[in-house]
Design a protein around this ligand. Structure first.
Ligand code: H2B
Ligand code: FE
Length: 342
């Protein structure tokens, strides 16, 4: 029997069940667990995501001063680390022009000023998902959809086939701006979003999504691991340096130092519960190996994968996806926003 999957972008409306605590804060260790005001605010914001239907305008949230202060703390501290350790594709953009535009000059520059100009990125402003989604759509055809918490790997990956990325809209607890046990708007916007404006990255994310449609549970688990070691925790070689392209690294000071510094500090290692290990073990990106590699979700990554370039990662992952066998071959038709199977 073939597992259910969305055939039309509208059917993403059927994917609303989240796994976890993300929505309900059932986990006692969550920094917001004992804060009724935070819980109430979370409820307000996730209710918007739960009510959202395809085609509607993305909900706009009026963030409080306290929430904006949390964003500011994260934004400022990450900014200086990105200058040092974020990969080139995160820091800058270049568009490959469509054929009819070839008479014009290619458009190149720094990414963050673009995000500041078009999407409302600023130290004192939490950007709105709708503005970012419009920007990405014009860049790579990716759009954002609000979600209330963690989805199953299958549901989450399936949406990538439609070039849709599920994004949380709430922010971490103000008590500790530098820690979150789950995705929040800082992770999505400062970790994931800039790379979705990169055409090669957008294509390879969709590739993983297409491979997940109707895949067996076993193959979904493999794809989830490949996703984890690339989109979330992937590294790239730039000359002598190791740079971050995974959003989990890019949105965390500790993980960025752990992954990219020549010698991670003692303080950094303690933050990530790395007692014995001095540095992550870096392996060259091999999706077959990554698909079988175990990974912790509460400590830093003991093992990480480093690609030669984003194109190298894209090529290898495309090969891996092709190697998975399925009863049919799904393709995305962007004109009708449906999946065609052949
Ligand atoms: N759900 C949400 N809402 N955001 C994510 O980043 C996410 C998810 N990641 N579900 C998925 C799982 C990922 O860890 C892989 C595919 O399992
Ligand atoms: Fe993420």
């Amino acid at each position: 029997e073939v597992p259910w999957f969305p055939m039309n972008i509208r059917e993403l409306d059927l994917t609303v069940d989240t796994l976890d605590g993300g929505t309900e804060l059932i986990n006692e260790d969550h920094p917001g667990f004992n804060d009724p005001a935070y819980r109430e605010r979370r409820f307000e914001i996730v209710s918007l995501a739960k009510a959202y239907k395809h085609g509607e305008k993305l909900p706009r949230v009026r963030y409080t001063e306290q929430e904006t202060a949390t964003w500011q703390a994260v934004y400022e501290r990450l900014g200086s680390l990105h200058d040092k350790w974020a990969c080139r594709e995160y820091r800058s953009y270049s568009t490959s022009l469509p054929l009819y535009d070839l008479c014009r000059q290619p458009d190149e520059g720094e990414m963050l000023p673009q995000m500041e100009k078009y999407c409302g990125y600023a130290v004192n402003n939490i950007p709105q998902l709708g503005d970012i989604s419009d920007f990405l759509q014009q860049r790579t055809g990716f759009t954002l959809r609000p979600i209330s918490g963690l989805l199953s790997a299958r549901d989450f990956l399936n949406a990538l086939a439609f070039r849709v990325f599920y994004s949380t809209q709430y922010i971490r607890h103000h008590g500790n701006p530098f820690y979150t046990p789950e995705p929040d708007i800082c992770h999505e916007l400062l970790g994931h979003v800039p790379l979705f404006a990169n055409p090669a990255f957008a294509d390879f994310s969709q590739e993983i999504g297409l491979a997940s449609l109707a895949a067996t549970d076993e193959d979904v688990a493999k794809l989830a691991a490949v996703y984890w070691f690339t989109v979330e925790f992937g590294l790239l070689r730039e000359g002598e340096d190791v740079k971050a392209f995974g959003a989990g690294v890019l949105s965390s000071f500790g993980e960025m130092e752990w992954a990219c510094a020549d010698v991670p500090s003692q303080e950094c290692r303690e933050m990530g519960s790395m007692k014995e290990q001095l540095k992550p073990i870096l392996r060259p990106l091999d999706p077959w190996e990554a698909s079988k590699q175990e990974y912790p979700i509460t400590t830093y990554q003991p093992v990480m994968f480093c690609a030669e370039s984003l194109e190298d990662a894209e090529f290898r992952i495309a090969q891996f996806c092709d190697s998975l066998t399925r009863p049919f071959f799904p393709q995305y038709d962007p004109l009708t926003q449906t999946i065609r199977v052949t």
